[in-house]
Design a protein around this ligand. Sequence first.
Ligand SMILES: Cc1cc2nc3c(=O)[nH]c(=O)nc-3n(C[C@H](O)[C@H](O)[C@H](O)COP(=O)(O)OP(=O)(O)OC[C@H]3O[C@@H](n4cnc5c(N)ncnc54)[C@H](O)[C@@H]3O)c2cc1C
Length: 291
Amino acid sequence: MKWIDFEKPKSIDEAVKLLSGSSGNARAMAGGTDLIVMLRVGHPRVNPDVVVDVKSIPELNELSYDSDKGLTIGAAVECYKIYNDEDVKKHYPAILDSATLIGGTQIQGRASFGGNLCNAAPSGDAIPNLIAHRAVATIAGPNGTRQLPVEEVCTGPGQTSIGSDELLVSINLPSNGQDFGANYIRFIPRNEMDIAVAGAGVSVTVAGGKFTSGRVCLASVAPTPLFVKEAGDTLVGKPVGEEAIQDAANLAKEASKPISDMRGTAEYRKHLCEVLTRRALNTAVERAQGS
Ligand SMILES: Cc1cc2nc3c(=O)[nH]c(=O)nc-3n(C[C@H](O)[C@H](O)[C@H](O)COP(=O)(O)OP(=O)(O)OC[C@H]3O[C@@H](n4cnc5c(N)ncnc54)[C@H](O)[C@@H]3O)c2cc1C
């Protein structure tokens, strides 16, 4: 292993200076549950001269709820804090679907949603759920701060639209009404500590027996988490029921572009997209209707 400097900035400005001052060779670290593993195995995509530990920056540790602004999850907030938070439990119960299944208890003590997003694995279990919740990323860089919908962050396996001189500060989830429900589920061959063969994160709003909105995002079936806009859109205006849900599930299956690997064939993954989208939508509807 080569020599790597370790820095622990206390502010966003300091972190951005470190990231932008090292010609692309500095790497932010939150929980390190992806980064340290990659450094140890000498992953070709990760070869920093400087590791910038962002866990001492106050804004990256914020976890707050406001009925107007929604939920702010600082980029370094660990999963265990997310799933133990009373506001998250009350206003964003479906976020627990992801926070409780990333790794096991030890991993959840370090792993963050921010790291999950910036790692940009097609199988990242937080990402489809964030996209279903219409989440927006706040990113700081040398030229200030910008906002980006989460569905525009991942650009390829391990690649994002966040520059090497930029820092993910937080993820904001808008407030939802009583008529909102969401769900994230994945299929894995065993119950713990594995990568999704396929996953589906969905959300709906319902009023007067009809869908008023829908969002569907798939995991592990494309080079990035796959936001299937048409699958959510097809629900809108249709009566809440099996027919509309099946239409959305079929569109999700059609949109998926899986590969075959040791976890499953492309055909099997396509089948899973339909099944998981349908099941997740049924649970989201139940949650939206408060049952
Ligand atoms: C045993 C084990 C089990 C796991 N199980 C799962 C699982 O079930 N589901 C799943 O999705 N993942 C799983 N993972 C992967 C990992 O735990 C998650 O992706 C986790 O959410 C990463 O968060 P982190 O804070 O540890 O990220 P880190 O490792 O700190 O960072 C990940 C990447 O994001 C970058 N980064 C981090 N923070 C920032 C920031 N603020 N701004 C810009 N870039 C940043 C880093 O440079 C790095 O490239 C598992 C890992 C292990 C070791």
